[in-house]
Design a protein around this ligand. Structure first.
Ligand code: ITT
Length: 197
């Protein structure tokens, strides 16, 4: 079976492709199918809703089983922010660097033990016959005092993963893809997908 990954974020596409590489599905990108810039308004108020919005739209356009990830970082002392606004935290079209700087500024003065946070990934799968489901994965950690490491994307240089004394920016993609929010959600997704295909 073929599945299309409903994302315009190439980092996500790479991670999802690696996580699915030993799974018995053919993974296609929007680019592979000739869709260049699909702009989807993420108007939902939860990760699940936004993942479903993206997967439904891409299934409609491509006619294929669509898999979307809506994800973000929730910082406890900020009441769960940036949450679903993680990609656009410092403004519409903000860069990862600007978002990280904004986060560090808001947490300025808080010691490490007050900087607990988690990454969340909701994955939605929508089938051509309109069946759909969502799964969720989380990964606990703390926001570092300064960015460390060059790997990954987004908030990875600031996210110190519980159980490791390192940020996702320092860990290899192999390690991240075993323990991340997205890896956990994808493992559940594989189980649910297998039951349905
Ligand atoms: P698509 O909607 O096209 O998939 P996007 O980047 O806009 O791409 P989201 O709306 O789900 O995706 O926003 C997710 C943001 O959360 C992402 O841009 C990062 O800032 C952050 N994020 C999510 N997962 C992350 C990870 O594994 N490492 C670092 N940051 C992550």
């Amino acid at each position: 079976v073929e599945v299309v990954i409903a994302t315009s974020n190439n980092h996500k596409l790479t991670e999802i492709g690696k996580i699915l590489s030993e799974f018995n599905v053919k993974v296609l990108s929007l680019n592979d199918l000739g869709f260049k810039d699909i702009k989807i308004d993420e108007t939902g108020s939860t990760f699940e809703e936004n993942a479903l919005i993206k997967a439904r739209e891409v299934m409609k356009r491509t006619g294929k089983i669509a898999i979307a990830d809506d994800s973000g970082l929730m910082v406890d002392i900020l009441g769960g922010r940036p949450g679903i606004y993680s990609a656009r935290f410092a403004g519409e079209n903000s860069t990862d660097k600007q978002n990280n700087e904004k986060l560090l500024k808001l947490l300025n003065g808080y010691p490490l033990e007050k900087r607990s946070a988690r990454f969340v990934s909701s994955i939605a799968v929508v089938f051509p016959d309109k069946r759909e489901f969502t799964v969720k994965g989380t990964c606990e950690g703390k926001i570092a005092l300064t960015p460390v490491g060059e790997n990954g994307f987004g908030y990875d240089p600031l996210f110190i993963v519980d159980g490791y004394d390192k940020t996702f920016g320092e860990l290899s993609s192999e390690v991240k893809n075993k323990i991340s929010h997205r890896a956990k959600a994808m493992e559940k997704m594989k189980v649910e997908l297998e039951k349905r295909i």
